[in-house]
Ligand binder design. Structure first.
Ligand code: PEP
Ligand code: MG
Length: 595
């Protein structure tokens, strides 16, 4: 959604952006200048090459020292978890494409340092823009943020630090870099709004883990809002209200109290077991992209990793990770998560997950193209390396292998053969492997749903990837905003698909879980338990929310509700019935939203 642009700020001016981190903040705006700089490109004389290169290298070194200083000063535990973002930025400052190419342009094409850097940044941004996967695309913000710092240092501009904010404010910025967010003092910065960014940008992820309400992607908020403007932000709905009237102020104050109360209640669920009222245990697990997220996941009460997306390991810019590199990462994950299992999903590249390194062929229809396990079965050396690393990491604790985008039994058998071959190979070379490494598949295609009974005979567990399953089931491109309104988890076809998968798993006696976004939405928790899911894997921040609902469910009651929902004909009917039911059962949690 984009902001509705208004030039004059009148009372109760409303802007709508992307809800990045929930909660309500009421205060005055504090503008932080992160505007784009004017960069002038010019040709230089050969004699100027030396000084331009020296200036550029100075800027790189200065940027590194600034980031190291931010890292040293970050004190709080929540922030500590995210310092890997600063490390990523430090790595980018050594990146051959960024640094090497800029130096080359200065040296060989005789372009001044700022012009050369600008060109390279533009090229990198364009590369990232081609990515249709939201999470990966937003890694562009890392390039923006490090590029901004580097350019400011090159041009000799100062960088206002968020550590210097004195009063309680809502920060208004074009964008905030991870270094900015790591410096935030939570007693001062009580919310922030930005022009750019999306739900999965680092800024948004950090805001969520810090518990600071945030609205991003407002497009023009920095040009609209002068310093000191009274404002309210609702990070749960993505709403920003400028110059609130007395009535709006009162309304939001009550909403804020209600929200804060529910949040304070949530903390107590972290250490409580995830068990229904009639004593059925559920495994609530976390989805991660980096091993560094595990400490935070444990703190939130995650009982294992239900989905470790491994795509990022392949994006370092230095070629695919070696067996030893992967082993180090997987075994660290396993050791940190023990005694709970870590589920490693094999490389899910292609389709909407573009990894620049692989130079995948342009496909007319990439979502149905050479992606995920299809790619692995073609690029067998990459596949074998990853499987060996997973098998070896199994020595350190419980680990599970999960194959994405399975569409048939033959594919599963091929994958299993690869696993077996690698195991034999390792063992005959005297290299130890985990003994009981479970093998599972993601259920993401309609074909996998239709033959779930056959697939269930082949594997130890299923995990439903609703993000893709809904896309393929309803024929809706998950990244296409024009059909986003049709992307409905409550569509009867989706419910029937989930039902069928759970029945097949139950009949075969294998575990069935879910790791798509639907698993982390507390509105659906009751339905998922009734369907038979016993493992839900989600963003760790949602675990307590889902647990709060689960602990109040009685399975026979939930099944009755499910039966009714399964008898309805449209997604709207199912949603309405579910929202009504949930707001009656859990009025404190859902009444605000749905009644
Ligand atoms: C899914 O498709 O639901 C899923 C969890 O995988 P991804 O979002 O990585 O495709
Ligand atoms: Mg998927």
């Amino acid at each position: 959604m984009t902001a509705s642009v208004k030039i004059d700020i009148t009372e109760d001016t409303i802007l709508v952006g992307i809800a990045a981190a929930p909660g309500i903040a009421i205060s005055r705006s504090h503008r932080v200048n992160r505007d784009r700089m004017t960069v002038i490109e010019r040709r230089i004389l050969p004699a100027e090459v030396g000084p331009e290169i020296a200036a550029f290298k100075d800027a790189v070194n200065k940027s590194k020292s600034q980031l190291l200083e931010v890292k040293d000063q970050a004190g709080s535990k929540e922030l500590f978890e995210h310092l890997y973002i600063i490390d990523t930025h430090l790595l980018i400052l050594d990146d051959e494409m960024l640094i090497g190419d800029t130096l080359r342009l200065i040296r060989e094409e005789l372009i001044n340092a700022e012009g050369a850097l600008n060109r390279v940044l533009r090229k990198l941004r364009q590369m990232f823009e081609r990515i249709s996967d939201e999470y990966l695309r937003e890694r562009r913000s890392d390039i923006d943020s490090i590029g901004d710092r580097l350019m400011r240092n090159l041009l000799g501009e100062t960088h206002e630090s968020l550590a210097d904010v004195k009063d309680q404010v809502i920060v208004v910025a074009h964008d905030l870099s991870p270094a900015d967010t790591v410096q935030i003092d939570r007693s001062k910065v009580i919310g922030f709004v930005t022009d750019i960014g999306g739900r999965t940008s680092h800024t948004a992820i950090l805001a969520r883990s810090l518990g600071i309400p945030a609205v991003v992607g407002l497009e023009t908020v920095t040009s609209l809002v002068p310093d000191g403007t009274p404002m309210i932000i609702d990070g749960s709905t993505g709403t920003v209200i400028l110059k609130p009237s007395a009535e709006t102020f009162r309304e939001y104050l009550i909403k804020k109290q209600h929200y804060d109360y529910l949040e304070s209640e949530l903390v107590q669920f972290r250490s409580l077991p995830a068990i229904t009222r009639d004593n059925c245990p559920m495994a609530l697990r976390s989805n991660i992209d980096f091993v560094e997220e595990i400490t935070a996941a444990r703190e939130q009460g995650a009982q294992g990793i239900g989905l470790f997306r491994t795509e990022f390991l392949y994006m370092s810019g230095e070629g695919p990770p070696s067996e030893e590199e992967q082993l180090a990462i997987y075994s660290a994950a396993v050791e940190q998560m023990a005694p709970f299992p870590v589920t490693i999903r094999t490389l899910d590249v292609g389709g909407d997950k573009f990894v620049p390194e692989f130079n995948l062929a342009d496909e007319v229809n990439p979502a149905m193209g050479l992606r995920a396990v299809r790619f692995s079965l073609k690029e067998v050396n990459l596949f074998r390396t990853q499987l060996r690393a997973i098998l070896r990491a199994g020595v350190f604790g419980p680990i599970r292998i999960m194959f994405p985008m399975i569409s048939g039994v033959a594919e599963v058998r091929d994958c299993k053969q690869f696993v077996e071959r690698e195991r034999q190979d390792l063992l005959s070379a005297g290299i130890a492997c985990g003994e009981n490494v479970e093998i599972g598949i993601m259920i993401e295609t309609p074909a996998a749903v239709l033959i779930a009974d056959l697939l269930a005979k082949e594997v130890d567990f299923f995990s439903v990837g609703t993000n893709d399953l809904i896309q393929y089931c309803l024929a809706i491109d998950r990244g296409n905003e024009h059909v986003a309104y049709l992307y409905e988890p409550t569509h009867p076809a989706v419910l029937q698909a989930l039902h069928q998968v759970c029945r097949a798993a139950e009949n075969a006696g294998i575990d069935v879980g879910m790791c798509g976004e639907m698993a982390g939405e507390d509105l659906y928790s009751l339905v998922l338990v009734a369907l038979g899911f016993r493992e839900l894997s989600m963003n760790a921040m949602n675990i307590s929310r889902v647990k709060r609902i689960i602990r109040q469910i009685k399975i026979p009651e939930a099944k009755q509700i499910l039966d009714h929902l399964l008898s309805l004909s449209t997604a709207a009917e199912v949603s309405a019935a579910l929202e009504k039911e949930m707001s009656q059962r859990y009025p404190q949690v859902f009444s605000e939203k749905y009644l």
